[in-house]
Design a protein around this ligand. Structure first.
Ligand SMILES: [Zn+2]
Length: 399
């Protein structure tokens, strides 16, 4: 009986007693955090804030204070920019790893009360290649497991987008272009429908991590929606923003090395030959089935979008952010600019709506990049960042 009472008592105290982070040690592979007593599962909250240049890996240790001798910031060299440790709240210690790369994050508790967090390469520069490889593998693995279950699709739960300081919750509908029998642009075995679905999934995941409500018009390759069905879905769901993701190609193969770059479109009547040509390509599935009278009606609908101004601004913010992001690894990516165009997928949208052409799969150099996980991550980062930038500016205006 005595031993049992003692056991209960220890259990009680170990639960109730506040923990202390006593010291830290930055080692080659791990950051080690020495706590006074072992952590409990419910005392740890961790999340990732993806961003353009620096990815933040955040760990909150609840029911904990830190030894005042531990510095706030440790600046590092290499892929690891810094480690920050703060008394975030009276009883929460926050550890942030600012990394210049996305890396395979591992964390665990070992030797009773020593918490280990893996670090990206720092100091030792020969480690870089290995780390890049690791990074690729982790992203690839992430993509393989990126099937979004029907349950997850339905669970559109808002959480607070605290990390990005937006006042309201927003619902973003992501539209991966084409699908099923409609491959979109094709270059050999490379298909637009496959590429844009991969990128859309990355955008979806990032927005979800940040706390947005988010859905996609299609989640699988064998799903086909007409252009009209896509925008109808956006209106029905009362999405705040509609972002359609496409990839470009040119039919004149003699120019295949010249045509390249990122372009963002919003719905507008235009005489711009280039915008018309690209719109015609994206509109093909719709127009092929219509007689000329129907086409005329549809064309007229194009010219009266109520959200043109806002769509234009969203297009500018997304275009800019995507370029910034992809140029962090390939500074030569061409800025194809923001243009208005008669894209039917955007017709009838009750919310700001844009269509982004992430690159030319007809261009051999760009195609190789587009189908690489790292480049896709950069595009997705840019789209997310552009969306946030737009929403922040809107909130500022409405203040
Ligand atoms: Zn397309």
């Amino acid at each position: 009986m005595v031993s049992r009472a003692f056991f209960l008592l220890t259990l009680f105290f170990s639960f109730a007693l506040a923990n202390t982070l006593e010291k830290i040690s930055i080692e080659k592979e791990y950051l080690k955090l020495f706590f006074k007593r072992p952590l409990k599962k419910q005392e740890l909250n961790s999340f990732i804030i993806p961003s353009n240049n620096i990815t933040k890996y955040v760990f909150d240790f609840k029911n904990c204070t830190k030894n005042k001798k531990i510095k706030y910031k440790y600046t590092c060299k290499g892929e690891l920019q810094s480690i920050r440790i703060s008394q975030y709240k009276a009883n929460v210690v926050r550890v942030v790893i600012d990394s210049r790369v996305k890396y395979l994050l591992k964390f665990f508790q070992k030797d009773s009360a020593i918490f280990h967090i893996s670090l990206p390469a720092h100091k030792v520069s020969q480690e870089k290649n290995k780390e890049v490889k690791k990074l690729f593998n982790s992203i690839r693995k992430d993509l393989d497991t990126s099937k979004i279950s029907p349950k997850e699709q339905k669970a559109q739960i808002y959480s607070t987008p605290y990390s990005i300081n937006l006042k309201n919750n927003y619902f973003i509908l992501i539209d991966p272009g084409h699908g099923k029998q409609d491959a979109g642009a094709v270059a050999g075995r490379y298909k637009e429908k496959v590429l844009v679905l991969q990128i859309a999934k990355r955008v979806y995941k990032k927005l979800k991590i940040l706390g947005f409500k988010v859905a996609m018009t299609r989640y699988r390759d064998n799903q086909f929606l007409s252009l009209h069905q896509r925008i109808k879905k956006a209106n029905k769901l009362h999405a705040d923003l509609f972002v359609s993701i496409h990839a470009n190609s040119i039919s004149n193969w003699r120019r295949k090395n010249i045509a390249k770059g990122v372009e963002t479109y919003f719905l507008l009547k235009t005489r711009n030959a280039r915008a018309l040509r690209i719109a015609a390509k994206e509109n093909r599935t719709l127009l092929s089935a219509k007689d000329s009278a129907t086409r005329k009606v549809l064309l007229n609908a194009v010219f009266t979008g109520p959200k043109i101004e806002l769509s234009h601004r969203l297009a500018i913010d997304v275009q800019k952010a995507v370029l910034e992001s992809v140029r962090s690894i390939y500074p030569d990516v061409k800025d194809g600019g923001v243009r208005g165009g008669p894209f039917y997928v955007l017709v009838g949208a009750e919310m700001p709506a844009i269509l982004i052409e992430v690159g030319y799969i007809s261009n051999p150099v760009e195609r190789k990049r587009l189908f690489s996980p790292l480049y896709q991550e950069k595009i997705a980062d840019g789209i997310v960042k552009g969306i946030i930038r737009y929403l922040k500016n809107r909130e500022r205006e409405l203040e």
